[in-house]
Design a protein around this ligand. Structure first.
Ligand code: GLN
Length: 314
């Protein structure tokens, strides 16, 4: 059944929240970044911004959380803007079928990461957009870009999280050095990781994140601000990458259950796009075995079922 969208959306997300309330705290909070291990697993928030500009919120939708890998959508967008389709000589665009922080495939493919959303690929994207900048300038540019997308000057980086990951990010340091050993990084490892750890540490609310993703639901232009961010074709292509690679080795499961492009982060956030309809952000810190938000995925599955939103058919 197709609900009458607008007036029903608030009721739908209120119901989802009510139904999930007994399960809040399920899943496992990421603990390999000490600062994330401290987050209360019981949070849950959701925000929907429609292409018509209506905003719906429930739970902790106004509480900032660490967006982590969701930021990779924004750095990919910047990289495409700076270097166009040339980036695909440096990073692939195939699903990896392995964990977000896996190193194995890099060895078999000459240090070229499978896609821009696994850690290795996003680290390479940070390297590509560093061209002509100092790390500090680039971090500033990324923050300004995200503020522009969300039309919100209050978005900031949580420097405690960035510091925490810099101190313990052994796996990412290994990935960067491994790529470097294949001659696959153009800038010093410390500079590249400085950029990467800082964009992962952006703190945003569900409302801000849903607004920042709205251009992807609306053919590349943010209908709230009129800002033209990317072309229609590029918006479709970024959505295609989110659908195929946005949840790592859980991407097939997410596509099957939710049927919308989405990007997750180990902070427990997911940004999803219902093309032509809405941009959605959900946050629940407990993760499933793939490192994607357990209840966040479930909430999006419920939302898609109840709205009929899907990229696979009416
Ligand atoms: N900053 C995190 C890391 O590199 C991002 C991973 C994620 O959100 N999946 O491990």
């Amino acid at each position: 059944r197709e609900p009458k969208p607008q007036e029903d959306l608030q009721a739908i997300i209120d119901d989802i929240y009510r139904e999930l309330t007994p399960r809040l705290g399920e899943g496992k909070v990421a603990d390999y970044i000490p600062q994330l291990a401290r987050v209360d697993a019981g949070h849950f928030g959701m925000a929907i911004v429609t292409t018509g500009g209506e905003v719906y919120r429930v739970g902790d939708a106004e509480m900032p959380f660490s967006i982590q890998s969701i930021s990779k959508v924004f750095t990919l967008t910047l990289a495409l803007g700076k270097h166009g389709e040339n980036i695909w000589n440096r990073v692939g665009r195939e699903p990896s079928g392995s964990a977000f922080n896996s190193i194995v495939q890099l060895e078999h493919e000459g240090g070229k990461p499978r896609n821009p959303f696994i850690n290795a690929g996003a680290i390479r994207i940070s390297d590509l957009i560093l061209a002509g900048h100092t790390p500090k300038e680039l971090i500033g540019e990324i923050v300004r870009f995200v503020r522009y997308l969300a039309d919100d000057e209050n978005i900031v980086i949580d420097h405690e999280v960035a510091r925490s990951e810099t101190a313990t990010g052994y796996r990412n340091i290994a990935l960067a050095n491994f790529m470097r050993s294949f001659g696959r990084l153009d800038h010093p490892v410390e500079h590249v990781l400085g950029v990467y750890f800082h964009h992962c540490a952006l703190a945003m609310t569900c409302s801000q994140l849903a607004k920042a993703g709205l251009f992807l639901a609306a053919g590349g232009t943010n209908p709230l601000t009129g800002h033209s961010v990317v072309s229609r074709q590029r918006a479709r292509r970024i959505n295609a990458l989110m659908l195929t690679c946005g949840h790592y080795d859980g991407s097939g499961d997410f596509a099957y259950r939710v049927g919308l492009p989405g990007k997750s982060g180990v902070g427990g956030g997911i940004m999803a796009v219902a093309p032509g309809k809405a941009s959605i952000a959900v946050w629940s810190p407990g993760l499933n075995d793939y490192g994607n938000s357990l209840l966040g995925s479930l909430a999006l599955e419920m939302l898609a079922a109840r709205t009929g939103w899907s990229v696979f058919g009416p």
